[in-house]
Design a protein around this ligand. Structure first.
Ligand code: C5P
Length: 414
């Protein structure tokens, strides 16, 4: 679990969107990460979910009214605004974005936002046309220019039945983005203030997730990779100042802010896109769990079941990392090795065989360390004759530590 939220006072603003049902889980995730959460709900939000839900989850009274003398006597809007270390609005409707952009203070939430010097993060959620509307985009630009952290929105199927951008990010994504924003604020105010931007000017290409190798129109070969580690690396590298291209297999994850994402299915497509993307790139990190085999012959028709056994002929997929590492002008190449046994020996042998600059290995398949799909990870990192252990932590924190090792090496190798 990230430590950035530990002991932090988070004022969680909830506005009137259907995505507010996810805010209950978000409140829980923030509390699990050690934050003290107080909730402010707009009138609209209360049409979707009740204050009682959040009172029960946070153990704190929920604030709804600006002009209620009893509520003001208990903890008034100025006290709430002072109490907050960070204000997070999730979901943030188009309406609240417009009110914030224009400095309105016509309810408790917007008044708190004006009355606080705490940083603000918003997770927008709305219909795709409302999101792409020029007015919303102008309000977004205003808020961004003022330093508001914008989390999402994701794209996909919406509650209104349409498909497009405007879906609120998942609670875990919002929690991690908030933790990252808090961590980078802490880094910026620390004396060594460049530490959070140590990848400024560097370009990264990262592969993530599984690949999917079709057998016939309805079946495929794939694996359990969730893509979370690769996405965490992409988000962390971008926050450390890098220009990031993320080549993702089929995963259900939001694109990290300001990251260029290329979606692929097969290993061949991943290779093709990686080779295009790595030209003039500083670092290539292969986190994808590429299927080692694909079927020799894709069947255009669904394969019929019979009483006999079925034998599929499989052929090797290209090794994307090895191919990139063999390029004449290759980037700094980092591999991942998921091992069930002999972690160090197998990782070292891959480091040499694939001619890598660094390899990050993790033990998989153990009951107490499933890794796949998990939000945490730990790594043993090897390069040259060196090794470094990254202790179990949230994948985002692990990503930051690995990127610091990479940053040191690319600076030394210059
Ligand atoms: O050989 P193995 O699959 O264990 O190597 C793992 C590393 O190689 C990972 O970094 C993975 O992303 C990369 N890899 C690849 N293309 C493959 C197989 C693995 O890029 N076909």
């Amino acid at each position: 679990m990230s430590t950035a939220l530990q002991g932090k006072n988070i004022l969680l603003g909830i506005t009137g969107g259907i995505a507010s049902y996810k805010s209950a889980i978000l409140a829980r995730r923030l509390i699990d990460a050690g934050a003290d959460v107080r909730v402010v709900m707009t009138q609209g939000a209360q049409a979707f979910i009740t204050p009682l839900t959040f009172q029960a989850l946070t153990g704190n009274p929920v604030h709804t009214d600006l002009l209620d003398p009893a509520a003001e006597a208990a903890m008034g809007h100025i006290e709430l605004a002072r109490w907050a270390d960070y204000v997070l609005i999730a979901p943030a409707t188009a309406n609240v974005m417009a009110r914030l952009a224009n400095g309105l203070a016509d309810d408790l939430l917007t008044t708190c936002c004006l009355a606080t010097d705490a940083p603000l993060a918003i997770a927008p959620a709305m219909n795709r046309l409302m999101w792409s509307n020029a007015a919303t985009q102008a309000n977004l630009a205003t808020l961004e220019a003022r330093g508001t952290t914008i989390i999402g929105p994701g794209a996909g199927e919406q509650a209104c039945g349409e498909v497009g951008a405007g879906r609120m990010s998942e609670p875990e994504t919002i929690r991690d983005a908030l933790a990252a924003a808090i961590a980078s604020t802490a880094n910026t105010s620390a004396p060594n203030h460049n530490s959070s931007k140590e990848l400024q000017g560097k370009s990264f290409v990262i592969t993530a997730g599984p690949t999917e190798e079709a057998i016939d129109p309805v079946r495929f070969i794939s694996n359990r990779s969730s893509g979370k580690m690769g996405f965490a690396l992409a988000a962390a590298a971008q926050q450390m100042g890098a220009d990031v291209t993320l080549i993702a297999g089929p995963v259900a994850l939001d694109t990290p802010a300001h990251v260029k994402r290329i979606d692929v299915k097969t290993a061949d497509e991943m290779l093709e896109n990686a080779l295009k993307a790595v030209n003039n790139t500083d670092v290539f990190i292969a986190v994808a769990a590429v299927a080692d085999y694909k079927v020799a012959k894709f069947s255009r028709e669904k394969i019929k079941k019979t009483d006999d056994e079925l034998t599929l002929e499989l052929v090797r997929n290209p090794d994307i990392l090895k191919t990139v590492a063999a390029l004449e002008h290759r980037p700094f190449c980092v591999g991942f090795a998921a091992e069930t046994e002999n972690l160090e020996k197998n990782a070292q042998s891959k480091l040499k065989k694939k001619k890598l600059d660094m390899i990050a290995a993790n033990q998989v398949g153990q009951q107490n360390n499933p890794v796949f799909g998990s939000d945490t990870n730990s790594l043993s990192v090897y390069w040259g004759n060196n090794k470094h252990q990254i202790a179990p932590a949230a994948k985002f924190d692990v990503a930051q530590q690995l990127l610091k090792l990479i940053a040191n090496q690319i600076t030394l190798n210059k």
